[in-house]
Design a protein around this ligand. Sequence first.
Ligand code: EPU
Length: 337
Amino acid sequence: MHILHDQPAELYSTFRLKTRLATVIEVGCLADLEQIDSSSSAPLVLGEGSNTVFLQAQTRSIVRYTGANITETWLDDGHCLLHVEAGHNWHQLVTATVKRQLWGIENLALIPGSVGAAPVQNIGAYGVELADVCAYVDYYHWQTKSLQRLTTSDCNFGYRDSVFKHQLAGKGIIVAVGLNLTILARPVLSYQGLDKLPATSAVCDIYQQVIATRSSKLPDYRQLANCGSFFKNPVISGADYQRLQQRYPAIPGFKQHNSQVKVPAAWLIDQQGFKGYRHNDIGCYEKQPLVLVNYGNGCAEDLLTLIGQIQSKVCQAYQITLEPEVRLLNSDGQQYV
Ligand code: EPU
């Protein structure tokens, strides 16, 4: 276990607002977790910080699980269960599985962050989400100091949503994820950008295409600080969508199972003229305005101003309130609303 004091937040959040973190505790195994005193207040759990923005200096202790071992179990029918510890980097895991010709997470290539963070917001891209391959999540509870194995149905996965954001928020830490992969080809090519690939594509062709598509649209956080999509794509009723369509015939929408419609936040923001727009050192990325970027010296105030400007223009035009997808935290680790 490593305990680090007074750390620069830029090292722990890919949005890189300049502030300080009082204590960061890195734990590598369950025995380390058992030593953490959570009796007065539960620590804040952080992965690689690719979906977390520290708006203020953080006084709450932060815990990062760094164990990254993988164990695999083969089943007779060509299926493979990977047990991956939470500290493993997600993209490196995808790369390793693709190299071994395993199908299941190739569409999720290049998503920043750790394996432990993946179930929290049910990461998704190009027609696949974590829920499609997740066999279980191992969760350590601060209060009882015990480990629980949650099934996929216990996880209550939804669009960028899970039990870890609700009933289990702040209650513990994800220590491992079980993934169902297979050597049997099962390409998911429905999403725009992959739909030109032949149905016979190899798993590495899809992986390469996802990387090429993402790289052409999304900024690399190492070069330009960002947290990926900043807002969720709003899901509205079919009736509301039809009303909007009468006024804005070009508005895109994707039907969901329950007759609701998912509208791309990028379109709503783009139509309001935000592409490439900048408020001081915080802006909307020029190729994908749903991604907010920090040009280097952005501060929390600038970020909150830009969020407010985007939300109010979109709400005025479409009566839709955009919800941040990114976790915005105040000084005691609580979600800023
Ligand atoms: N669009 C515009 N202008 C733009 C870009 C996009 O109008 O500049 C519209 C187009 O209509 C386009 C639509 O937005 O068809 C959707 O755009 P895109 O395919 O880029 O996807 P997205 O909905 O903006 C989502 C995820 C991404 C994920 C991609 C690909 C969310 C909030 N975002 O973005 O996830 O990579 O689909 O599957 O669901 C992330 O969560 O950080 C993330 C990057």
